[in-house]
Design a protein around this ligand. Structure first.
Ligand SMILES: Nc1ncnc2c1ncn2[C@@H]1O[C@H](COP(=O)(O)OP(=O)(O)O)[C@@H](O)[C@H]1O
Ligand SMILES: [Mg+2]
Length: 498
């Protein structure tokens, strides 16, 4: 009997995004079922529906043959669904035991911490999954915190355990341990849904796999009967990519060079593991890859916000590795981060947001010249087609597309030599997307060097003169777009040499 049947699931988010379009997922009891897909395919949305966190717009869910209709996660937990998210839900300052106690209390108000300890010890014995009950959670390595999440779900009596990209936060050794655990849980009869974009992991750990693309299921296959190539093709296959009118690139000198760059993330784990790249005037170099493969750390290191611990960054022949953001900025390196929440201050006026990165242009002996600031902002609004009542309006009153135009435009008016831009069109409508993409191409045509970091494969294919594929902090391959078939891109993005 299938443990999970999700049928005809549609999900339209309140902002109108259609995340799922009639998804059917069938997971057999006791199997490890992979859920594979690019960014934005709808995997997390589907799992949040299964966990009762959000409601489907349409569709039915059955667990072990019985229809369910969850009012919230606790309802799903009571029906035997466990979820391990990428971002853990533990209280960091509490001990492991305190966290487990908190997780069991709503299910059994009379339970005591001592009873939880006994249950936890028994569960650890049964599954071989060890966690230090007395330790404070925030002092534990990520891999152990994840184990706490799994134990927690098991103590809550999960029969179905879904893990959303569980390996993205783990070291290779921790991944092996996780896989051992999952095999052990499978023996115990637990049904596992394993979300990933890594092809090798699908091959290694899953029995069957469902591939999703753009809110739809491409197919469900027995893992043993398909190759990594087959999976890559299913994952990235698309209708012909809409092409933008684009003149041939006319690349000039190398302006920016990155040599063997290594960068750590907040947790101190190496996220960029030796990246070497060259960027020329008059070209767009696109970095393709699934989110979380070191893109943000790479971009921040290039912008001077994050210090690399090894390697060099050379700009116009000069080593700028140890220069901070302000100094690099003065040299002509501009950076647009992957999130408007990071790049803009919502409560501040448009003009204040524009001068955030343009202070030297509008200050004189330490004082802001507001006339100059306002006319610079007017220029941004005019050149980048921003719809706004006035430069004094708070930026949060603008639509996402107009905010993005301000964030991109305020860098371009500075005439940077190197333009580093991450996820420039995320969440924008078609009109704003086209405008921003066109802007990026114009910049390249005017001889600037553009480094485009995007998890949107269509965007990378449309804009790039050369493409570099990043996976787990390493560049898997660099080449002209013609050198990559979609299948090859899918393999590289999934971590398979091709
Ligand atoms: N809370 C939300 N509000 C609006 N749109 C969302 C929300 N969460 C996800 N989306 C959108 O739904 C689509 C599917 O996203 P998601 O389920 O996160 O995909 P995946 O996990 O496969 O990367 C994407 O277009 C994403 O931008
Ligand atoms: Mg996701």
């Amino acid at each position: 009997m299938p443990a999970v049947e999700m049928e005809g699931i549609f999900k339209v988010y309140p902002d109108g995004v259609v995340a799922l379009r009639g998804v059917t997922l069938r997971v057999e009891e006791g199997e490890i079922h992979g859920l594979l897909g690019e960014n934005g395919a709808g995997k997390s949305t589907l799992m949040r529906i299964l966990y009762g966190e959000i409601k489907p717009t349409e569709g039915r869910i059955k667990l072990f043959g019985r229809e369910v209709n969850f009012s919230g996660p606790w309802d799903a937990i009571r029906h035997g669904v466990g979820m391990v998210y990428q971002h853990f839900t533990l209280v960091p300052t509490f001990t492991v035991l305190e966290n487990l106690y908190l997780a069991l209390l709503p299910l059994n108000p009379d339970i005591t911490p001592e009873e939880v300890r006994k249950l936890a010890e028994k569960k650890m014995e049964e599954t071989g999954l060890r966690v230090p009950l007395g330790e404070v959670v925030e002092n534990l390595p990520i891999g152990v915190q994840q184990r706490v999440e799994i134990i927690k779900a098991l103590l809550q009596n999960a029969k179905i355990l879904a893990l959303d990209e569980p390996t993205s936060v783990l070291t290779p050794i921790e991944v092996e341990e996780l896989f051992k655990t999952l095999r052990e849980l499978k023996k115990e009869g637990i049904t596992i849904i394993f979300i990933t974009h890594k092809l090798k992991e699908v091959k290694e750990i899953t029995d069957r796999v469902t591939v999703m693309r753009r809110g739809e299921v491409v197919g469900t296959v027995n893992t043993g009967e398909v190759s990594e190539k087959d999976l890559a093709r299913m994952m990235v296959q698309r209708e012909v990519v809409m092409s933008l009118q684009k003149s041939p690139a006319n690349p000039g000198e190398v302006v920016f060079r990155v040599e063997n760059l290594k960068v750590r993330d907040e947790a101190g784990i190496e996220a960029v593991k030796g990246v070497t790249l060259e960027l020329r005037e008059g070209e767009v170099l696109g970095i393709a890859g699934v989110q979380g493969n070191g893109q943000r750390e790479l971009a921040e290191a290039l912008a001077g916000i994050r210090l690399p611990h090894d390697g060099r960054i050379i700009f116009e022949g000069r080593d700028v590795t140890s220069l901070g953001a302000a100094e690099r900025y003065k040299l002509g390196i501009a950076y647009v981060p992957d999130s408007r929440k990071v790049g803009l201050v919502g409560d501040m006026k448009i003009v204040e947001n524009v001068i955030l990165t343009n202070l030297p242009r509008v200050t004189s002996s330490g004082r802001i010249m507001w006339d100059a600031a306002e006319s610079l902002s007017e220029e941004v609004i005019k050149r980048f087609d921003v719809v706004a009542p006035s430069v004094k309006a708070p930026i949060k009153h603008l639509s996402g597309g107009n905010q993005q135009k301000v964030m991109v435009g305020r860098e371009i008016v500075r005439e940077p030599k190197v333009f580093i831009v991450a996820e420039p069109t995320q969440g924008l409508d078609i009109g704003a997307t086209e405008f921003i993409r066109r802007t990026i191409l114009n910049l390249r045509d005017s001889g600037k060097a553009v480094l485009l970091i995007s998890t949107d494969l269509d965007e990378v294919l449309q804009l790039s003169d050369r493409i570099a594929v990043i996976y787990e902090g390493r560049i898997m391959a660099v080449g002209r777009p013609e050198e990559f078939t979609l299948e090859r891109l899918g393999l590289l993005m999934g971590g398979v040499d091709a």
